[in-house]
Ligand binder design. Structure first.
Ligand SMILES: NC(=O)c1ccc[n+]([C@@H]2O[C@H](COP(=O)([O-])OP(=O)(O)OC[C@H]3O[C@@H](n4cnc5c(N)ncnc54)[C@H](OP(=O)(O)O)[C@@H]3O)[C@@H](O)[C@H]2O)c1
Length: 335
C-alpha cells in the first residue's frame, strides 16, 4: 500500500479527500493534519463517525515525511508553498490544491503574493488531467487547477483552434458556496446568499489570468478572457457559460465528441448541462451550440471534486503508476 496524508483535513476539500481515501484500494491514510492538530477526524467531521477514526496532528513537514509517500496539501495559497518545498526535498510526492504552483512566476506574483519557492515552481505539472496525463505520470509535484478554470478550460479548449483569437472570450460562471471554503464571510452568510444570486469580482477575479495562461500554453494563442463569477444559493456545483466567435464552420458537438473520445470522465451532452448531474462525482458535463459564428459552451462540475479533490486524487493515481480512475466517485447525488 502507498502511504498518503492530507494536510488541511478540517477543510471542505480535505474532507472530500478523506472520504475517497478511506476506501481507496491502493492508498492508505497514514497522516491527517491541521494548523493546531490535537483532534480526531470524526470530531472535526461528525459525518465520518462510524466510517473513519484517526488522529489529526499539528501539521509539520517532519510529520509528513515520517508517515507519507505522497501528501495532499488542502491549504490556502501561501501556506502550501511553505510545506511543499521541504517535502519535495525529502522525496515525498506532493499534490497541492492551492494556487501556489499553478501559474507562471510573473502571473502568480501579479495576482497573489511573492512566491517563496521559485526552485520547484517550474517543475510543477498543472493537474488538468485530460491535458497533462502523461506529464503527471513522472512528476513529484502536481498543481491542482482552480475550480472555475477546470470547468472553463475543459469546455473551451477543444474550440480554441476554431475561434477568432482577436475577439475576447466572455465567461459567465456560477458557483455553490462551498467554493469559498469553510470560513464564513458576509457574502457566504445564509441571509445574504439564500434566495439570492450576485456577481463578485467581475472582470477582476484571479481565475481569469489562470484561464488565459493555460489557453496560451496549450494552444499558443493569446486570448483576452473576460470572466464574471456569481455566487448561487447551492452548497456545491459550478456552471460555466462561455461565449466566443467562430472563424470556422464546425459542428460544436462533433468537435467535443471527437476531442474527448478517450476521456471517460468527460460527458458530452446533447442538451444544456446542470450542476446536479455532476454533484458528488468527478465528471465534467459539457454541451455546446452555435448560431452562425456565435459559439456557446456550457460546462458543469462539482467544485469540491472535479474542481479540487477528485482531480487531485486522479493526479495522485497517475503519479503513483495507478489507474487514473481508481477510487474516483461516479454516482451523482440525484435526486
Ligand atoms: N473549495 C473549493 O471548491 C476549492 C476548489 C479548488 C481549489 N480549492 C483550493 O483548495 C484549498 C483548500 O480549500 P478549502 O475550500 O478546503 O478551504 P477550507 O475549507 O478553508 O480549508 C482549509 C484548511 O486549511 C487548514 N489550514 C490553513 N492554514 C494551515 C496551515 N498553515 N497549516 C495546516 N493547516 C492549515 C485549515 O485548518 P485549520 O484552520 O483547522 O487549521 C483548513 O482545514 C484552497 O487553496 C482553495 O483555494 C478549493
Amino acid at each position: 500500500m502507498i502511504r498518503v496524508g492530507v494536510v488541511g483535513a478540517s477543510g471542505y476539500t480535505g474532507l472530500e479527500l478523506v472520504k475517497m481515501l478511506v476506501s481507496h484500494p491502493k492508498f492508505v491514510l497514514t497522516y491527517l493534519a491541521t494548523t493546531s492538530g490535537d483532534s480526531m477526524i470524526e470530531t472535526l467531521h461528525p459525518s465520518l463517525v462510524g466510517v473513519a477514526t484517526q488522529k489529526v496532528k499539528k501539521a509539520t513537514t517532519e510529520g509528513v515525511a515520517e508517515h507519507c509517500d505522497l501528501v495532499f496539501l488542502a491549504l490556502p495559497h501561501k501556506a502550501s508553498m511553505g510545506f511543499a518545498k521541504g517535502l519535495i526535498d525529502k522525496g515525498i510526492k506532493v499534490v497541492d490544491l492551492s494556487a501556489d504552483y499553478r501559474l507562471e512566476l510573473e502571473t502568480y506574483e501579479r495576482h497573489y503574493c511573492e512566491h517563496e519557492d521559485r526552485e520547484y515552481l517550474d517543475s510543477a505539472v498543472y493537474a488538468l488531467i485530460e491535458y497533462y496525463r502523461e506529464e503527471l505520470k513522472s512528476t513529484q509535484l502536481a498543481a491542482g487547477p482552480g475550480c472555475y478554470p477546470t470547468a472553463t478550460l475543459l469546455g473551451i479548449l477543444p474550440f480554441i483552434p476554431y475561434l477568432d483569437p482577436n475577439v475576447p472570450l466572455f465567461v459567465d460562471a456560477k458557483s455553490g458556496v462551498s467554493g469559498a471554503g469553510k470560513k464564513l464571510s458576509d457574502t457566504t452568510h445564509f441571509v445574504t446568499i439564500n434566495d439570492n444570486i450576485f456577481a463578485y469580482n467581475p472582470l477582476k477575479h484571479r481565475h481569469a489570468p489562470e484561464i488565459a495562461e493555460k489557453i496560451e500554453k496549450i494552444h499558443g494563442v493569446k486570448m483576452q478572457v473576460n470572466f464574471v463569477p456569481h455566487l448561487i444559493p447551492a452548497t456545491r456545483g459550478e456552471l460555466i457559460s462561455v461565449y466566443g466567435v467562430l472563424q470556422a464552420d464546425i459542428d460544436p458537438l462533433e468537435v467535443l465528441k471527437n476531442h474527448y473520445a478517450d476521456d471517460p470522465f468527460i460527458r458530452v451532452r446533447e442538451n444544456p448541462v446542470d450542476i446536479k448531474s455532476t454533484a458528488g462525482t468527478h465528471f465534467c458535463d459539457i454541451y455546446a451550440a452555435r448560431n452562425g459564428n456565435a459559439l456557446f459552451v456550457n460546462a458543469a462540475i462539482d467544485n469540491l471534486l472535479r474542481g479540487a479533490s477528485s482531480q487531485a486524487l486522479a493526479a495522485a493515481n497517475l503519479m503513483c503508476g495507478l489507474d487514473e480512475a481508481m477510487g474516483i466517485p461516479t454516482i451523482a447525488y440525484v435526486p
